[in-house]
Ligand binder design. Structure first.
Ligand SMILES: C[S@@+](CC[C@H](N)C(=O)[O-])C[C@H]1O[C@@H](n2cnc3c(N)ncnc32)[C@H](O)[C@@H]1O
Length: 238
């Protein structure tokens, strides 16, 4: 009798640790939707259009550092010399260049993007700034094309909300993290109406956590709220 009670308890504990199942079907298409979104929804959230390379100048605007306090954002990552980092959706490499300088010649930044035009701008900029440890990687919509367990940290600044396949992309990113490596989201705060960014280009912390809860390999570590408009939501590969 006692052995059955113990088995029952163990099964209950194992079940309570199980990740929620992904929705079926994974995505929903709605005819009526935000014009800045693609009409495809994941767990109640509409996915945004990918920012085209034609708008790359916006990423490099001089006032960005002050508006977004990107200096604080980079410092909050706690990078060390020699780290291997992926800047997923790197665009022109605004963050890649800053991270490259911190991690130094023994470190590497994989600048991953699905637009070759963005990678061309990234390479040009790294040459101009003489940052030599940033490697361009042409990713795919469902795959960052990174080697298994190659990264200490993966950063997505203003990117995740525009993944066309957020579930598949996250499944493919996790194996490229080292055990204990961090997956970091910097997203404009969806909870805050004062943040003047289009709705589908913002995310609430609760939504990020809800979507990441589908991946049992990840655990939430902390959310930093020191930036003026964005939160930094940090997960770790167990
Ligand atoms: C708004 S920009 C942000 C660029 C950069 N992170 C920054 O903050 O300066 C978003 C970038 O994510 C890229 N992107 C969208 N989906 C992607 C995916 N599945 N894999 C890699 N990059 C992606 C886009 O091509 C675009 O360059």
């Amino acid at each position: 009798m006692r052995i059955f009670a113990i088995l029952f308890l163990l099964t209950a504990l194992a079940q309570s640790d199980e990740a929620p199942k992904p929705p079926e079907p994974l995505y929903e298409t709605r005819e009526q939707h935000d014009r800045n979104g693609i009409g495809k929804f994941f767990m109640g959230r509409e996915i945004a259009h990918v920012m085209g390379h034609q708008a790359a100048g916006w990423l490099e605007r001089p006032e960005r550092e002050e508006e977004e306090r990107t200096d604080l954002a980079v410092a909050a990552l706690g990078l060390k010399p020699g780290d291997a980092v992926a800047d997923i959706g790197c665009g022109t490499g605004y963050y890649a260049s800053r991270m490259g300088r911190i991690i130094g010649e023994k470190g590497v930044v994989y600048g991953v993007d699905i637009q070759q035009e963005m990678l061309d701008l990234l390479v040009k900029k790294m040459k101009m700034l003489r940052v030599e440890n940033v490697k361009p990687v042409l990713g795919a919509e469902k795959d960052p094309k990174l080697a298994p367990e190659s990264c200490d940290l993966m950063l997505m600044v203003d990117v995740y909300h525009e993944f066309d396949f957020p579930y598949e992309m996250t499944r493919a990113m996790i194996p490229a993290l080292k055990k204990g490596g961090r997956l970091v989201f910097i997203e404009f705060r969806g909870e805050d109406p004062k943040v003047n960014i289009k709705t589908v280009h913002k995310m609430t912390e609760a939504q990020v956590k809800k979507e990441m809860a589908l991946h049992p390999e990840l655990e939430w570590v902390e959310t930093k709220e020191d930036l003026p408009q964005q939160h930094i939501v940090i997960f770790r590969r167990k």
